[in-house]
Design a protein around this ligand. Structure first.
Ligand code: M6R
Length: 643
């Protein structure tokens, strides 16, 4: 959830680190810091708050050194404060580290380290890492073996230079120390470390938390996310779990940890496209609006080459026609917005393919004992492809013998790598924390999957598949229509901006859309919002309604339209302010709704693709009117890589 950057090369490191951190800020933005080595020592600067705060304070430090590491944090252990911000320093100030992930045995390690004389300056789980490295380094570099001597070593009475020499071609002392320290950790980590004993060197290691090493014209780079390297590194090596990389200003080596040893491996390099700058907002004032506007393109790209005129073609599915045909149960596991997209798919898979389908929040699924047999298909839906709970659920499902299929937006992400097959959502980089275009990509992909299952089971004819596919493609131009005129949305937003709470209702497909609409509103405008299947209102939630209370109803044309209309009237009768998303040509809705946002007519099964757009726009507009940060809402981070 946090972001890591590192640089060693020919240029001053500080501006490169800050610019990299800004590109990663969407991943976590509670506090940040950098450590730069210059003149034989390491200077560490940390600040609470946004990276701008860090940047502003750097002027006072005159950092000209060309080797450094940086971090932007999303707090897990310890408040988002300057003291808890990374980098963390060893007791003697000679080693600095940054860390992403969670160290589960940090309490125990801290107790042991404190017993050995280490002094901690933060409440983070991460700080144990630097103290472990400090001990390991002392034992490797200064030829001390007795515990008492180690206490002396960390007490600052160590020589100024290592007394042990490393043979040419062997991993550095720092690399060995990081490896030794890592072997004591339980949890997940991406670690970057540097020491003033080895100027110009950075060592990084990972387990279950991504790290990428990049080679550029002016030096070597590290990042927890490829985004930070766009435009600066020409080629990258995505480190694998258990690998460790050692960088200097000219090159880098990759090692695989094998017991206590580090074995050199040949890095596998990928060229980066330098022409794309994912962090460019273009003509938009925020990434969320840019991403909402991209949805017609996402629909078209996700559907490209998926229908050959007579059948659907998803070659990367990883399942044969026969295997598909054998599937008798589907679980879809996901979190947040991806979970809402999955709720939509349940209706399609059961409705079209007639296969029982359960949708579960990944953090619940992984701790249950679901019924999984070899004919169970587990579908993992994740924009980032690195959500910790979703990944853990995939691993669990595989152990239990399920076929796992991933739907993700990130090529080569852990979800993609660990699934038997994958559909990519083609949303491209999503930067705003609130997911929008990836939701659309997910619904379109899940719709394809449902059609594919129905095709294999012979439940939908060739003609039906052709018709559905054509209508799916048409949703792209319908989305364009919706985006052209946002006046009705803006008026509705103005009417809701001062509310304290809002309720979203819908039935069938509309119920899942309502869930996603409520999530969008609460996460970016901080206006409390609940979503209920409209029929549930009378069973409790209607008690909340008082005059002026906003009820946002998904009331598009569907088999349950009349029922939704009745539920709207029940709310209206109690003074609710009704905002309805309805189908063009609906002449009844205006009688009951205070604000109507019309969308083009579309088949009920495909309606979520278009019906969600007004709700995304509504949430954004309300958030703007309430003065909120659209792209980086408080307390959140884009990728949730911790449990
Ligand atoms: O990357 P994932 O799709 O696995 O992320 C799951 C949720 O954290 C995510 O959908 C979150 O709810 C959204 N950012 C909310 O807009």
């Amino acid at each position: 959830m946090c972001g890591i950057v590192g640089y060693t090369g020919l240029q001053p490191a500080a501006p490169i680190l800050v610019s990299g951190l800004k590109k990663l800020e969407y991943r976590g933005y509670d506090s940040s810091g950098i450590a730069v080595e210059q003149g034989g020592s390491i200077t560490c600067v940390c600040r609470a708050g946004k990276i701008d705060a860090l940047e502003q304070s750097l002027g006072a430090f005159q950092l000209t050194g060309s080797c450094g590491i940086g971090h932007t944090r999303w707090a897990t252990h310890g408040a988002p404060s300057e003291a808890n911000a990374h980098p963390h320093m060893s007791c003697d100030g000679k080693i600095a580290i940054v860390h992403n992930g969670i160290i589960e045995n940090h309490d125990e390690l801290r107790r042991i380290l404190e017993g050995r004389g280490h002094e901690f300056t933060s409440q983070t789980d991460s700080e144990v890492i630097v103290h472990l490295i400090e001990d390991a380094y002392a034992s490797l570099a200064f030829d001390v073996s007795e515990a008492d001597d180690l206490v002396d070593a960390v007490g600052g009475r160590v020589p100024h230079q290592p007394t042990v020499e490393v043979r040419r071609g062997e991993p550095s002392l720092l690399a060995q120390a990081v490896n030794m320290a890592s072997s004591l950790l339980i949890g997940s980590w991406a670690i970057c470390a540097m020491t003033e004993f080895e100027p110009g060197k950075i060592v990084c290691a990972r387990k279950e938390s991504p790290l990428v090493v990049g080679r550029g014209v002016n030096g070597m780079y590290i990042s927890s996310d490829m985004t930070a390297l766009s435009g600066i590194a020409k080629e990258v090596c995505v480190l694998e779990d258990g690998q460790l990389a050692e960088l200097d200003e000219r090159t880098f080596d990759v090692f695989k940890a094998h017991d206590d040893e580090l074995i050199r491996v040949t890095p596998s390099m990928t060229e980066l496209d330098w022409t794309v700058d994912w962090m460019d907002r273009g003509r938009f004032s925020d990434f969320m609006m840019k991403e909402i506007s991209e949805q017609p393109r996402v629909i078209r790209d996700t559907l490209e080459d998926r229908f050959n005129g007579s059948a659907l073609t998803v070659s990367e599915l990883g399942l044969t026609h026969e295997e598909l045909n054998l599937i008798d149960r589907v679980y879809i596991i996901a979190c947040g917005t991806s979970y809402h997209a999955s709720l939509i798919a349940k209706n399609l898979i059961e409705g079209w393919a007639r296969i029982p389908c359960e949708v579960e929040v990944a953090s619940e699924f992984r701790y249950r004992d679901p019924i999984i047999t070899p004919s169970t298909l587990v579908v993992a839906v994740s924009q980032s492809g690195e959500t910790a709970d979703t990944l853990a659920a995939i691993r669990d499902a595989k152990i239990k013998g399920a076929k796992v299929f991933g739907i993700t937006n990130v090529i080569g992400s852990p979800v993609a790598r660990e699934s038997d097959g994958v559909i990519y959502t083609k949303a491209n980089k999503e930067v705003a924390v609130a997911s929008t275009k990836s939701f659309t990509g997910q619904i379109v992909s899940l719709t394809l999957l449902a059609m594919l299952l129905a095709q294999s089971k012979g439940r939908l004819s060739q003609g039906q598949i052709r018709m559905l596919f054509t209508e799916l493609v048409d949703t792209a131009s319908q989305a364009e229509e919706i985006l052209k005129d946002t006046e009705a949305v803006n008026e509705a937003a103005f009417a809701c901006k001062d509310a304290h709470s809002a309720m979203f209702i819908g039935r069938g497909m509309g119920a899942a859309v309502a869930e996603e609409g409520a999530l969008k509103l609460k996460e970016i405008s901080y206006l409390h919002a609940e979503a209920y299947p409209a029929g549930e209102m009378k069973h409790g939630p209607i008690a909340l309604i008082e005059p002026g209370f906003p009820v946002i109803a998904v009331a598009t044309e569907s088999p349950t339209y009349d029922k939704v209309l009745s539920n709207i009237q029940e709310a209206k009768a109690r003074g609710a302010k009704i905002i309805a998303v309805a189908t063009e040509g609906d002449e009844r809705i205006g009688e009951f709704a205070d604000h109507v946002i019309f969308i083009p007519k579309v088949r009920d099964a495909l309606s979520p693709i278009t019906a969600i757009i007004p709700l995304q726009l509504l949430a954004r507009e309300i958030a703007i009117l309430r003065g909120c940060n659209i792209d980086q809402p408080r307390n959140l981070a884009k990728s949730v890589t911790v449990e």
